[in-house]
Each structure stands twice: as C-alpha cells, then as structure tokens.
Design a protein around this ligand. Sequence first.
Ligand SMILES: Cc1cc2nc3c(=O)[nH]c(=O)nc-3n(C[C@H](O)[C@H](O)[C@H](O)COP(=O)(O)OP(=O)(O)OC[C@H]3O[C@@H](n4cnc5c(N)ncnc54)[C@H](O)[C@@H]3O)c2cc1C
Length: 379
Amino acid sequence: MWRFNDEQQMLRDTVQQLAREELAPRAAELDSAHAFPSDWFAAWGELGLFGMTVPEELGGAGLGDLAAVLAVEELARGCAASASVLATHLFQVVPAVVRFGSEDLQAELLENLATGAAIGAVAWSEKQAGCDLAALESRAVSDGDGWKLEGAKTSVAGAGVAQHLLVAAHTSSERRLESVGLFVVDCDGSGVSVDGSPVSLGLRAAGAATVTFRGATVEGSRRLGEASAIHAPIPALRASTDLGAAALALGIAQASLDQAIDYAKTRKTFNVPIAEHQAISFKIANMATDVRAARALVYETASSLETVGGHDGAAASAKLFATEAAERCAFEALQIFGGYGYSQEYPVERLYRDARMGTLNDGTSEMQRIAIAASTLGA
Ligand SMILES: Cc1cc2nc3c(=O)[nH]c(=O)nc-3n(C[C@H](O)[C@H](O)[C@H](O)COP(=O)(O)OP(=O)(O)OC[C@H]3O[C@@H](n4cnc5c(N)ncnc54)[C@H](O)[C@@H]3O)c2cc1C
C-alpha cells in the first residue's frame, strides 16, 4: 500500500467523494449529449485542482505530480472525459509554461491557469500528422516581434472549453521534430476558429474540437522554449504527458474493477452470485492485479519525476502498462456484465469505449514500445 502524506490523503479522499457523488451520476448523460460539464469547473477551482502542478513560488498550490495523479485518477473513476481535460491542463499545458515560458509569460498566464479561470488544451495533431509530428503542416512565420500561424488541428480535447491552446507548428522549412515550435494561443484570438469535431468512440464529453489558424497573430513572448534555450519542448514534455495519460487510464481501470465487483456479487446464475463461479472470480483477480501493478508503476513514476526528474523510459512504461491494463479491465468488466454490459444501461459500456482511447492518444502503444526499447537498449 502506497504511503501518502496528510495533504495527499485528504486530497484523494475529497476528490474521490466528489467523483462518486457529483461526476459518476451525470457521466452517462454528458456522454450521450457530447456535452462538457463546464459547471464543474468552479468546484474544481475551489478545491485548487487546476493549480496543483503550478509551483507555489509561481502562484500555484505546488502539490506536485503525485497529488495531481491522485486527483486525475479519482476524477476518472467518475467521469473519464472531464478528467482527461484536467489531465491535459495539469500535465501538459502547465508544465510547458512553467518549464519553457519566460518570466513575463508565466506572470501573465499562471495565475489564471492555477485557479481554473483559464483552461489549457493541446493542439498538436493534424490529419496527416499524429505520431509523426515532424510531418505537421502548420507553420509559424516570423512577423517582426511575433508570429503568424497557419494550419488546422484535429481532435483537440477540451478546445471547446479552453481559453489557451498549446499549438505545435514548424518555424522553418525543416521537417524535424526539433524544429517544431510550441506557442500559447488564445482560443478567442483573431484568425483562430474552434469548430465541432467528428463523433468519437469514447470520451465524448471531453469538449473535442477542430481548430483552424488563418493568419493568427501570436506575440513573440508566447513561443515556448526561447527563454530556456530549449528549442524542442515537445520531447521534453514527454514524461509528464505520459504520466497524465497513465493516471487517467488508472482511474478507468479502477472504475471497471469497482463495477465488476458490485455486479459479480449481486447477479445470480444457477442460484449463486456469479462471483462464486471460478471463471468470474479469476477475471476479478486478474483485474485487481492489473490495477495494483498499474498503480504501483504510475505512483512510482510520479514520485521519481518530482524528486529526481524521472528516468528514461519509466513514464513511457507507466503509460503503456496503465492504458493497456485499462483496456483489459474494461473488456473483462463488460464480459462479467454479460449482455447487460453491451447496453447503455450500465456504465461499463462507456468505460469500455473510454478505455479504448488510452493506447491511441498521447503516444500510441506502438510509439511507447519504440521509446521504451530505445531507452532500454541505449539506442
Ligand atoms: C480521443 C482522442 C483525443 C485526442 N486529443 C488530442 C488532443 O487533445 N490534442 C492533440 O493534438 N491530439 C489529440 N488526439 C490525436 C492523437 O494524439 C493522435 O490520434 C495520435 O497521436 C495518433 O496519431 P494518428 O491518429 O495520426 O495515427 P498515425 O500516426 O497515423 O498512426 C497510425 C498507426 O500506425 C502506428 N505507427 C505510426 N508510426 C509508427 C512507427 N514508426 N512504428 C510503428 N507503428 C507506427 C501507430 O501506433 C498507429 O497504430 C486525440 C485523439 C483521440 C482519439
């Protein structure tokens, strides 16, 4: 059992209760309506959830990666779609500004990002460029002190509710990942349009949108990396991105196990609860083992990221394992529910759809294995 400090334990208990009482009862309705629950933001802001990864000296709560993992995991148990928006904000947008923004940019953005008055989303992928971000067609052209952005982004989770986008675009004619720049762009800026997205299999309440830039003006200070002389911030954000995705998957895996246990103890066949059939109890045993292993890997990665900056491949392994564990758990939970699992009458149908995204987004399983192999083999 992981030992939390008092602050982490209190946070975990509070968010767990919030997810159980507020999120879980509305998750199905929001999924059906493809509606992001913006009305939850005020409560999340009051709990300080948006500022957990903003350091105290920059106006945040400075609770660290493990606390942020606990919050995302617990929220995902109730509603993975809305938790995914918080995960992006905490593990991609905030770290990008904290690590690569100039002091002025940090002063301009972090106060609102820490309270939730502003939400951040990530606009990297394009139709022809997901895993291979060097193939992006978006361009940022230098325009005196600033930049002009041209391009179109697909599947931007949270864009429908965010104020800031972390946008990836080439700054030169080179087609290398190292030449992809990151820019903070306001969603309501001129030349930026945020439109609906094609219906996705899962995470339907995540406020996904397509975003188009037509000569969008971006101030020079809003290019990330220049102040820290790091011109390839995307690879530098990899471990944090992996951790957020892993925390989300862990919450989905735990929710699948919770559902399966409850159902297996109450549903009877052949005069006994189905949990008494060994075939079912062994599925539960496998799921519990997956959840424990994923949790150990995710918490260990979070702790090592906050204390020693992590180590190569660990976050990639945590993301790979947790997302594949979530798929296995959601699959088995649906199987335990039998035919009812296939209907929208029970949450396992949604968990099954939501879990399927984990191995596709934020580093597909194939790309995670490539990264882990390279770091393990020293390539
Ligand atoms: C629900 C959801 C939310 C998303 N949210 C966001 C978001 O908020 N912001 C954003 O920018 N993007 C987002 N995306 C996009 C997501 O990041 C991309 O879908 C993902 O990076 C994969 O890119 P792709 O779909 O273009 O697949 P491709 O890159 O075309 O890959 C297709 C297949 O080939 C495999 N493959 C590719 N290259 C290799 C290789 N070298 N070796 C072995 N196999 C390989 C992949 O693993 C995959 O199986 C989201 C996607 C989904 C589904």
